[in-house]
Design a protein around this ligand. Structure first.
Ligand SMILES: Nc1ncnc2c1ncn2[C@@H]1O[C@H](COP(=O)(O)OP(=O)(O)OP(=O)(O)O)[C@@H](O)[C@H]1O
Ligand SMILES: [Mg+2]
Length: 362
């Protein structure tokens, strides 16, 4: 169960030196444009993922004229700290250095809801996979290792294909088939649980966000052609072998778990036919369903919400916040300020952000 009791941010974007004690419930950060709202959300996200949702370039997030940033938090019994510069990447938990990000993500599971991340309904396959795999990771702890192995094996296969080394392929095809079948099982299993959660009583209160939520469905496409049984490693292996010559000609593997996708269907309409508003709102419902599922599975994430008041009216924002409040999820949300009084019902702890300085609101 994740709750940030204390947070400190040093030289991250325009947040030069900030220290705050958030509430366990809803925290609201109010500011005009360009004061540091997204930077704050990005900093918390960074701490939970060891990466940004906005950029891959470290230099961009380090404050101008500085050469490193530092973010740390007290999360229950754990003190987690991330220090990064162009050449340094230090993660420590309770003052012990650790090498992998997944420990950080387990202590601080973070679900972000923002247009900056790209909506998942009618979103890119990459975005959809990241949505799905974030859930798989939190449900199945060894999945991070499985994904890493998959990527390594895929890379090797592509090198062999480029260099036309047909004889060495067999070993790696077997390896890929094994890991891919495991990934597919995990993804299918998780999606099944997600579907059940979205149909459960608990998520009923979200239905009011959308005018006519009669039915929706998500169909998983594993990235393998339809004729392949995606959970059967033998079958995947046979398919790869059968198509060896075609692959050597193509010089790369253009199917597999790295091409997986989810197709959303709403009231019998494919996602591309939905209005922009429907796509947005459904994406938010699916993000929140994931939060609900993880809570049911005893992993309580924190939720970051940025820039939603530009997307949704205050009635909808209230519904979302009331939902999160009923789940007792710690939430960090930003707002331009015009919605302040309409959010009274969730009794947020309000902070003011002025030119990179975060202070309790008076
Ligand atoms: N590396 C950096 N160092 C210092 N300042 C930066 C850095 N990167 C961005 N900024 C600046 O930080 C300021 C705050 O940006 P941020 O995106 O957090 O604003 P915001 O409050 O979310 O604004 P908006 O309401 O427009 O979304 C901006 O003026 C931006 O140019
Ligand atoms: Mg912003």
């Amino acid at each position: 169960m994740a709750v940030i009791d204390k947070l400190s941010i040093h030289q991250f974007r325009n947040l030069t030196n900030q220290y705050l004690t958030p509430s366990k419930g809803i925290n609201l950060f109010v500011a005009n444009n360009a004061q540091g709202k997204t930077s704050l959300i990005e900093a918390i996200y960074y701490l939970g993922h060891n990466r940004s949702f906005k950029t891959k370039i470290i230099k961009e997030v380090i404050s101008f004229d500085c050469d490193q940033f530092q973010i740390s938090a007290q999360v229950g019994d754990s003190r987690i700290k991330l220090e990064k510069s162009k050449n340094k990447n230090t993660i420590s938990i309770n003052q012990q250095r650790v090498n992998n990000t997944s420990q950080l993500s387990q202590i601080l599971p973070t679900q972000i809801i923002t247009p900056d991340k790209g909506f998942i309904v009618n979103g890119t396959p990459k975005n959809k996979r990241s949505y799905l795999d974030w859930g798989v990771f939190h449900v199945k702890q060894d999945s991070a290792k499985t994904f890493k192995t998959y990527n390594k094996v895929l890379k090797n296969i592509n090198i062999l294909l480029i260099n036309n080394q047909a004889e060495a392929l067999d070993f790696w095809f077997l390896e890929l088939a094994k890991v891919s079948a495991a990934i597919n099982k995990n993804r299918l299993n998780y999606l099944q649980q997600l579907k059940q959660t979205s149909l459960s009583e608990q998520s009923k209160s979200l239905e009011v966000l959308i005018d006519s939520l009669d039915q929706f469905d998500y169909q998983f496409s594993s990235g393998w052609p339809k004729e392949v049984d995606e959970t059967n490693e033998q079958n995947i292996y046979q398919y790869l072998n059968k198509n060896k010559q075609a692959l050597l000609k193509a010089k790369y593997l253009n199917y597999g778990s790295h091409k997986a996708n989810i197709n959303f269907i709403f009231n019998n309409k494919k996602e591309c036919f939905l209005s922009r508003g429907e796509q947005k709102t459904l994406s938010i419902i699916f993000w929140l369903t994931q939060v609900l599922l993880l809570i049911n599975l005893k992993t309580k994430p924190i939720v970051l919400i940025d820039d939603l008041s530009s997307e949704l009216d205050s009635k909808k924002i209230n519904i979302i916040l009331q939902f999160l409040q009923s789940l007792k999820v710690q939430t960090f949300m930003t707002d331009i300020g015009h919605n302040l009084s309409t959010l009274d019902s969730v009794n947020p702890l309000v902070f003011q952000v002025d030119n990179g300085v975060i202070k309790p609101h008076d």
